[in-house]
Structures are given as C-alpha cells and as structure tokens.
Design a protein around this ligand. Structure first.
Ligand code: NAP
Length: 254
C-alpha cells in the first residue's frame, strides 16, 4: 500500500493523456472510455450528466476529444444530452492537423432503433470533413436507414444488434485508429463485454445520490475485465483516474 499524496502541479492536465501511446491496439483500434461517476458509482443525475460533472471535469471532458480519431456514443446519450458536432479549440485543431488528423473528430452514434430527430444539430451541423456516423445493424428499419443515409455516414455492423468487434473493424477500416467512447453506460458495457475497452479515464465527482445507473452496464453473462492504474490526478475534490486493460492472461476473469 502506498499513500497517494498531493504532488507537483501539472501545468496542462491534457498532456498525460496526449502522451499515451495508442498506436498498437490489442484489436482493431484503440478504444478509450471517458466517464464521470459519483462516489457511489452513479453515472447520471435526473437522466443527465451535467450536475455530476465538476468544472475541472467538464474542462477535461471537452479537451480529451483532441486525442480521438472518432467520438463514439450510445444513442440514448445522444438523445438525452443533445449532442452536437465536436468543436475543438483553435490550438487543438492545429495540433491535430500537424499530426495528420482532421481538425475535429466526427461523432459516431450507435443505434438499433434509429429513433432520432434527423434535423438535430449532431447530424445537420456536422462539417463535411467530419460527418456524423450512424453505426447500426442489418435489422434496422429500412426507412429510417434511408433517412440516416441522407444526413450521415452509415456503418452496418452486426445483424440483430451492433456487434462491438464488427463496429471496431468498420471504424478501423475508415482509418479511425483511436476511438473515444463517451458512454453511455449500456454501450460502454457492450464494449467491455466484447473485450474492446483498452483504456478508461474515470473522473470521480465528490457527490452521491444520483440515478441507479453505474458507469458501465455489462450484459448478463459477461465476464469481468481487469485494469491496471496508470495515472491519477486531482483538482479541487475531483479525482481523475486513468486505467488500461491488464495484459493478456490477467485481463479477464470468469
Ligand atoms: N457519467 C457519464 O460519464 C455518462 C456518459 C454518457 C452518458 N451518461 C448518462 O447515461 C444515460 C444514458 O446511458 P444509457 O446507458 O441509458 O444509454 P447509451 O449507452 O447512451 O445508449 C443505449 C442505446 O445505444 C444503442 N445501443 C447500445 N448497444 C447497442 C448494440 N449492441 N446494438 C445496437 N444499438 C445499441 C441503443 O440505441 P437505440 O435505442 O436507438 O436502439 C441503446 O438503447 C444518460 O442519463 C446520460 O446522461 C453518463
């Protein structure tokens, strides 16, 4: 046991995340989850994440998108949070251009039902070089699929449901090597169950008593994924933890 103590100030909290080498993923692409939890593990308050997120968490959450080739989100989160296309700061865009990335990563939304307002900003306001991607399955409603195709790129990955491995193969095929998953808990749980989560950036917000929804909801029968702690930071009362999946052999249990 070691004591975690307040240490040297980190001038820019994004730097430890930018320095991670994500170039050699275990599978199709590197998948980073970024979530905030209350002290009791809750992932939302009254169906939204806003009241859970502290100022330093909100700031890091926005800036973390700089690491992403694509920002992947479950449909319910897009509907509830009213997602918009990603808009990074000018310096972040310049840094991405210098690395050969698009100035802003596109949003990719996972959905079976395709129940969306297709005029919503996440579709209508996406720039031509980062059009929103809809990731769905073969049994999706054909009319809604056609509507999706008019406002977004469509990726079909899986038959009755989106298969996480097939979805990651498709995203890797579109040259998206680093996938930043911003939830929600149900889609994140699918990625965990499919052993597709490489890294979890988890903010612990100093409150309790939100919705009975943990940050990851794995489907019944899924095994347990194990992670190793790679970094810890603190600002005010919010703790920022960075985990990577444990090496093969130690990664899963059950
Ligand atoms: N604490 C945090 O960091 C954080 C982050 C994000 C969200 N949240 C909160 O989490 C809540 C929403 O999360 P959630 O877990 O209910 O929903 P979610 O994971 O955002 O979305 C679930 C939806 O994604 C689609 N989906 C998931 N897995 C699929 C699969 N294998 N195949 C096809 N579609 C699939 C389905 O969409 P369709 O219904 O369209 O088929 C499903 O209903 C909100 O309250 C939000 O505020 C918290």
């Amino acid at each position: 046991m070691e004591r975690l103590e307040h240490g040297r100030e980190i001038p820019d909290p994004l730097v430890p995340y930018l320095e991670v080498d994500r170039s050699t993923p275990r599978h199709e692409c590197w998948v980073t989850g970024h979530m905030v939890a209350g002290l009791d593990g809750t992932a939302a308050i009254d169906g939204r994440v806003g009241a859970l997120s502290t100022r330093p968490d909100q700031e890091l959450f926005r800036r973390m998108r700089q690491i992403a080739d694509v920002v992947l989100v479950g449909a319910e989160t897009v509907r509830r949070e009213g997602y918009s296309p990603i808009q990074l700061s000018a310096p972040a865009q310049a840094q991405r251009r210098s690395r050969g990335q698009s100035p802003n990563p596109p949003v990719a939304v996972v959905s079976r039902s395709l129940e969306f307002d297709w005029s919503a900003r996440v579709f209508s306001a996406a720039p031509a070089d980062a059009r929103t991607i809809v990731v769905t399955c073969e049994t999706a409603d054909p009319e809604r699929l056609a509507a999706a195709g008019r406002v977004a790129e469509v990726v079909v990955a899986g038959q009755e449901r989106v298969d996480p491995a097939a979805a990651m193969t498709a995203l890797a095929g579109l040259e998206y090597g680093v996938v930043l998953c911003e939830g929600g808990p149900r889609w994140l749980g699918e990625l965990v169950a499919a052993d597709r989560l490489d890294e979890l950036c988890l903010s612990l917000s100093p409150l309790m008593g939100g919705d009975p929804l943990p940050v990851s909801v794995t489907p019944p029968g899924a095994g347990v994924a194990r992670f190793g702690l790679k970094g810890a930071m603190v600002e005010d009362d919010t703790v920022f933890l960075r985990y990577e999946v444990a090496p093969p052999g130690q990664a899963r249990h059950g």
